[in-house]
Design a protein around this ligand. Sequence first.
Ligand SMILES: [Fe+2]
Ligand SMILES: [Fe+2]
Length: 202
Amino acid sequence: MNVHDRYEALKSKVVKRKKEFDAFIGMLEQESSWLSSPASTRFHLNREGGLLEHSVGVAETLLKLREVCAPQLSEESCVIVGLLHDVGKIGMPGKPRYLKNDNEWEIRNRDMTYTINPREVYVNLAARSLYLIAKYIPLSDTEAQAILYHDGQYVEANREVAHREMPLTLLVHFADNWTSCIYEEGRVIREDTDYYERSDTK
Ligand SMILES: [Fe+2]
Ligand SMILES: [Fe+2]
């Protein structure tokens, strides 16, 4: 299934807050860089549509983890948190965070296909995700925590949440890491060993 069909399948899982969710998605698709934004300037999925690809992947991984570890959580919660956790990367509507890099040297030597918009008002990305989502969709405190702290203890400032994470926060953090490290970077786990390596396809 291509990424757009997978995206549509995820969207259909939001039922209770459909009206608010659809209004937010409509704004994102029509007035922001949501569908075209890369996921980063030079690391993972630094290509057009990379952010959507990453977001769909994380939501799908989160749904799989939910099934095994915490079926009590609603699918709707997992889709909202998983699909939108990095929405702060769009920047702001009308003011995209990532701009196509026109510096040939940086593209060739540093694989830096995008640059950060110099007009960006700096806000921590997870905080911007929460800010944008909460303007449209009523969130539970658990969902808010999961969005704000989805980077887990990789981010020093997240120390404050250590040992106080809700299950959804733990799961979205793991889903985010697993999706980017294993699926997106194409690392292959060798059968019958605990060793993995990057696939040749990357
Ligand atoms: Fe993130
Ligand atoms: Fe992410």
